[in-house]
Each structure stands twice: as C-alpha cells, then as structure tokens.
Design a protein around this ligand. Sequence first.
Ligand SMILES: Nc1ncnc2c1ncn2[C@@H]1O[C@H](COP(=O)(O)OP(=O)(O)OP(=O)(O)O)[C@@H](O)[C@H]1O
Ligand SMILES: [Mg+2]
Length: 274
Amino acid sequence: MRIIAIMNQKGGVGKTTSSVNMAAGLAMQGKKVCLVDLDPQGHASLHLGIEPMGNVPTAYDVFSGFKTLAETRQLVAKNLWVVPATLDLAATELELVDAENREIVLREAIKKMAETEPFDYLIMDCPPSLGVLTVNALTAATEVIIPLQPHFFALQGLSKLLETTALVRRRLNRNLKVSGVVLCLYETGTRLAADVTDDLCAFLGESDPEAPWADAKVFQSRIRRNIKLAEAPSYGQSVFDYSSSCPGAKDYAGLVEEIIAGEQAEESPLQQAA
Ligand SMILES: Nc1ncnc2c1ncn2[C@@H]1O[C@H](COP(=O)(O)OP(=O)(O)OP(=O)(O)O)[C@@H](O)[C@H]1O
Ligand SMILES: [Mg+2]
C-alpha cells in the first residue's frame, strides 16, 4: 500500500483539489483507494459530496479512539472510500497535546486497517498547518507529495516544509520520503511560473543525498488553472465526473499516470516492518 500525504502548510495551493482528483483518478484506473480527510475544514469530504451529520463517524472518532478507519470510511464511487472530517477534528489538536504517542495514532489505525483490507493507495489531505494532524500524516506516510503554486515566495515555504519532513524522518518515520512536487494553479506561458519552476528543479537537483527529498521530482504534469476544477466541488464531484474532457481532468489524468508509473519504486514501511 502506498500511503501518500498531500501536504503544504501554505493555504490554498491545491492540496484538496489534488488529493480528491488523484484519489478519484487512481480509483478509475482500478486501484483500491482510501482518501482520509485530515482537515477540519472538511473540504475533501464536501468535494466528494459527503457532509457528515449527527452520529456519522469521522476522522475525529479515529483520533479519539472511538472508531476504526474501517468503521469510518464511506464508499463514494467504485474503488473509492473516504474517511470524512468535520470541524470536530479541530479539537484533536488540543485533545492530543498531552497524549503519549500522539504522533502515531493514525499510523496505528492504518496498520490495523491494512491487516484486513488491502488498499492500493491511502491518500491523506492535510490541513494548511504543521500541527499534530499533519505530523500524524507524515508519521503514517510512505511518501509525501507537495502541491506548490509557482509564485515568488513558494520556495521559502518549501524549505520549512522540507525541514519538517526531515525532522519526522529522524524521530518518527525513518522511511519517509518526498516523492515529488506537483505544480498547481499553473499559469502557462508566464515568465514567473517558468522561473519558479526552474528554481525549484535546480533546488531539488542540489539536494543532500541523505535528505527525505533526495529523489523528489517535479511531476511533468502541471495542473493548469482551470475553472472546472474550482466548480466541481460545489457539485460534490471529482473533475472526472464533472467535466471529463476539460484541461483540469487531462492534467490530473496525466498526474495519475505518473503516480502509477512510480509504483515499482515504492514499498510500504508497514510491509517492510512485517
Ligand atoms: N488548478 C486549479 N484551477 C482553478 N482553481 C483551482 C485549481 N486548483 C485549486 N483551485 C481552487 O483554488 C482554491 C484552493 O484550492 P484547494 O482547496 O485545493 O487548496 P488547499 O491547498 O487544499 O487549500 P487549504 O490550504 O485551505 O486546505 C479552491 O477554491 C479550488 O477549487
Ligand atoms: Mg485543503
């Protein structure tokens, strides 16, 4: 199982759009996928038409220890399950502050689910922060994919984010690696986007071979700015269901192909540990 954290502490860079459409695209390719919404904003859940009400179990119940992932996930399309989130999840940050092993709650939950249910992919949509939810995602992950909007300050934020992956690798997850950066909200033909992309490639090319991002690549598929991607969530649909031939659907289909092509290189630490 590939366990992928979609992470960037900067807000509005395309994490949720990428998590949802990658998960949906992989499911359409026959992969069994579980998307875990780790953002109290619940945008990934809403994007796929889930608005948990009443006693419907959510990611919060998993962190509280009341429910397992298997009891929480919902089937939303063929091969695609979602563990939804609501604002309740914001309390997790506080409730876990003093808990021993607070960083490994999700990893343990995933391990338990993997014992009985073989998913091909588990994708985690992280919130725009480096708090305990994101640390849980990094501790559970086999790899990190970073959505990045190419603008002037993007690389500064990236260094902080990469330092966090290095810290988590040292302390909590020795197998963690950054597999790639996906350029989102890409403005084709602009000088700025091209310059930032060149800087990013140069920066990754000079990485310390011991760093978690030593083998990180910039995905060839760039996700262009496309209004259909912004419209799809209000219909509770992935871009593939909402507008299957729009540029956004083509870009995410290309990304999914690249991710599947990388399957041979990945191996789950859960499997390695077994
Ligand atoms: N390629 C794109 N073209 C057009 N709109 C996009 C694109 N990618 C994302 N958006 C829109 O930009 C906004 C931010 O995207 P998204 O929610 O995916 O970012 P995020 O990183 O998850 O944000 P947050 O940090 O708040 O979780 C959303 O309204 C989304 O619909
Ligand atoms: Mg989001």
